[in-house]
Write a protein that binds this ligand. Structure first.
Ligand code: HEM
Length: 475
């Protein structure tokens, strides 16, 4: 009977905790223990969250397991939250960070001084090694020559572009961080990619940490998987230390080793390895997924592909590779890239933020320590922002004269101080790879196969596995 009494007491406490705190944003009724967790379709969480805003407003709250979370929807709520002041600059604690990565710090998981310091250093160093400069442009165009050879080897026959696209895109971040590229099919590289793919169970782990820590299952292998990735990066660091010349830094690792000499606690070898992990993790999969969406959309809309090719033929021709300077003269192509990113919506809920003090948002009081989810989907598909939000329409980024127009609601990289650190790098890669693909090949689905545009929900929204045919265009 004592057990029963304790159970009743526990349940009553849970029922009380499931009651929305006063002055908190409204939201659907939360259940004891699970909150609103099971009211969201795991395959379409962002879609369900967007629908909820129609009923509960642009700023509403949900109980995710034991904690209350506030979801921001629509451009003005996101701007109010992310760009005005610094009260949302922090990340909540990610269980994966404490349990598996042992609190090592770089950018994605860190807060306060550590985050500012590491982010500033990473941005400066990436710029130093060419983000926005000709040298990086050449590396990207050079990498395209490798991937185009691989593609041409398929001689127009169907192939799955997943691995080589990953390889090509990752080589850009590898060159910046490690100072070298990997040959396609390189064992060490394939292992790293495989490990990152396996590590995608982090979503589940972060969502249900208490449960996952106790339940048996494959997620317990995460520690080993991340350990192996860290070891691979450590090997790169050790190789650098052997022939590193402080006066001639070759890449990010060399610059970081220089910084460690300056005796600042924030810069040490563990954090360097974590930085390699952050940059590689955030910078390869995202851009590669976007490029795969690009190819898939071109097979779905061959008339758009033909128009892009005609524009490139006219402005760039076939005797030279495209360059960043061509972008201003390729408004239709630029609009298509933006529309692919809008429809691809690869990071639909951005990354979570947390309130650093009691704040007012959307007219509600939100206490310190509440997780905030910026729902990017609600902005990228807002019917008040886009003429045809659910249709692939490059016209969203063109004025009646056919000139490219920027749209405030285009926020696939999020906004504010935590905005994607690799935005400029990603934009360069997307533009140069995409225009080069369109200049050299025409893409189509294998005969009789319809392109499937329904995304798979994982670390990002990615296209389901697909095969594609690439027909070389005239030289
Ligand atoms: C963060 C999107 C490519 C590095 C983010 C965030 C988004 C995003 C939505 C979360 C921002 C927030 O917290 O509000 C994308 C997309 C990409 C892309 C759509 C490609 C199409 C890259 C690349 C890099 C990169 C190439 C490599 C340098 C990072 C880092 C963060 C981040 C380090 C964490 C920033 C911080 O916490 O301060 N990205 N990203 N991303 N991204 Fe990207």
């Amino acid at each position: 009977s004592l057990l029963l009494f304790a159970l009743v007491l526990l349940l009553t406490a849970e029922c009380l905790r499931a009651r929305r705190p006063r002055s908190f944003p409204p939201g659907p009724r939360a259940f004891p223990l699970v909150g609103n967790m099971f009211s969201l379709d795991p395959g379409d969480v962002h879609g369900d969250m967007t629908k909820l805003s129609e009923k509960y407003g642009k700023v509403y709250s949900l109980k995710m397991g034991p904690s209350w979370t506030v979801v921001l929807n629509g451009l003005s709520a996101l701007q109010e939250g992310l760009t005005k002041g610094d009260h949302l600059n922090d990340r909540p604690e990610f269980p994966i960070h404490s349990d598996v990565l042992f609190y090592t710090h770089c950018i994605i998981f860190s807060n306060g001084h550590m985050w500012k310091q590491q982010r500033r250093f990473a941005l400066f160093t990436l710029k130093y090694f060419g983000v926005g400069k000709k040298s990086l442009e050449f590396s990207i165009l050079d990498e395209f020559m490798y991937i185009s050879k691989e593609i041409a080897n398929h001689k127009g026959k169907p192939f799955n572009p997943h691995l080589i696209m990953n390889n090509a895109v990752s080589n850009i971040i590898c060159s910046l961080v490690f100072g070298h590229r990997f040959e396609y099919g390189n064992e060490k590289f394939l292992k790293m990619m495989k490990l990152f793919d396996k590590g995608s169970q982090i979503e589940l782990y972060n969502a249900f940490p208490v449960l996952m820590r106790r339940l048996p299952g494959p997620h317990h292998a995460l520690q080993n998987i991340y350990g192996e990735i860290m070891d691979l990066i450590k090997t790169e660091v050790n190789q650098h230390k052997e022939d590193w010349n402080p006066s001639e830094p070759r890449d990010f690792i060399d610059c970081y080793l220089n910084e460690i000499q300056k005796v600042d606690a924030g810069f040490n070898e563990d954090n360097l390895v974590m930085c390699g992990f952050d940059l590689f993790g955030a910078g390869s999969h995202t851009t590669s997924v976007t490029l795969r969406w690009a190819l898939l959309y071109m097979t779905k809309y061959p008339e758009v592909q033909a128009k892009v090719q005609a524009e490139i033929d006219e402005v760039v021709g076939t005797s030279r590779q495209p360059s960043m300077e061509d972008r201003a003269d390729l408004p239709y192509t630029d609009a298509v890239i933006h529309e692919i990113q809008r429809m691809g919506n690869i990071v639909p809920l951005s990354l979570p933020h947390v309130t650093t003090r009691d704040i007012r948002l959307g007219g509600y009081k939100i206490p310190k320590g509440v997780t905030i989810i910026p729902n990017l989907t609600s902005v990228l598909f807002d019917k008040n922002e886009w003429e045809t939000p659910d249709a692939f329409n490059p016209g969203h980024f063109l004025n009646p004269e056919g000139k490219f127009v920027k749209r405030a609601a285009f926020i696939p990289f999020s906004a504010g101080k935590r905005v994607c650190l690799g935005e400029n790098l990603a934009r360069m890669e997307l533009f140069l790879f995409f225009t080069s693909f369109m200049q050299r090949f025409s893409f189509s689905t294998p005969p009789g196969v319809e392109p499937v545009l329904k995304p798979r929900f994982g670390v990002t929204l990615s296209p389901p596995p697909f095969e594609i045919c690439a027909t070389p265009r005239k030289e």
